[in-house]
Write a protein that binds this ligand. Structure first.
Ligand code: 5RP
Length: 220
């Protein structure tokens, strides 16, 4: 049994007004806020780092910050993100293949929840040895780096495998999630939904968020 969690991707927000944009999402029913951290090396784009997370948290202390680190050497940033007030630290297994176990322990010790993300071409088997030691697996449904891409349907098979093996695990999907494909994601076992373009562009974000939540509740 898992809880539906909607985590709007702040990548699609107006960065000049990040704090108010985050509050607007919470007022519209968001459970978490998804903070996309990109370093221009692991992915071909640069966004925000720990100082922005820290400023955000200072203005919105009750917001749950679901930080997705699309960075090389994620272990370098654990202390900074813990100090900044990150609630979830999700790193990519492709960037931590030699030290995954140690990194999980380091994140836990720093007081954050732990997520592991996998890119579309990474087999789900890579994450299985760690799935019962962490709080969430993030199955990327687009190549990380940019919002507004189309969902790669084959990635949902990974959600199916994970849900069959781990009925209580948080499984997050991120990239190209729409009202028209949310049922497919939820049926595959995803319960944490990241969506940027669709929620931020909608004149009625509360409606989109509640549609996503109802779909997850229907299938999980
Ligand atoms: O991690 C991301 C890109 O790397 C974004 O969170 C993701 O693409 C969500 O945006 P959209 O809903 O527009 O696809």
């Amino acid at each position: 049994m898992v809880t539906p969690i909607i985590s709007p991707s702040m990548l699609s927000s107006n960065f000049a007004d990040l704090s108010n944009e985050g509050q607007r999402m919470i007022d519209n029913g968001a459970d978490w806020l998804h903070m996309d951290v990109m370093d221009g090396h692991f992915v071909p784009n640069i966004t925000i780092g720990a100082p922005v997370i820290k400023s955000f948290k200072a203005t919105r202390p009750h917001a749950f910050l679901d930080c997705h680190l699309m960075v090389s050497e994620p272990e370098k940033w654990v202390d900074d993100f813990a100090d900044a007030g990150a609630d979830m630290f999700t790193f990519h297994i492709e960037a931590s293949i030699d030290n995954t176990g140690l990194l999980i322990e380091k994140i836990k010790k720093a007081g954050m929840k732990v997520g592991i993300a996998i890119k579309p071409k990474t087999p789900v088997e890579w994450v299985l040895p760690y799935a019962d030691k962490i709080d969430m697996v993030l199955v990327m449904t687009v190549e990380p780096g940019f919002g507004g891409q189309s969902l790669i349907e084959s990635c949902l098979l990974k959600c199916k495998t994970l849900r069959e093996k781990y009925p209580n695990l948080n499984i997050e999907v991120d990239g190209g999630i729409l009202v028209s494909n949310i049922d497919q994601c939820a049926e595959a076992g995803a319960n944490v939904i990241v969506s940027g373009t669709v929620i931020f562009k909608s004149p009625e974000p509360a409606k989109v968020i509640s549609t996503f939540k109802e779909s997850v509740a229907k299938f999980n």
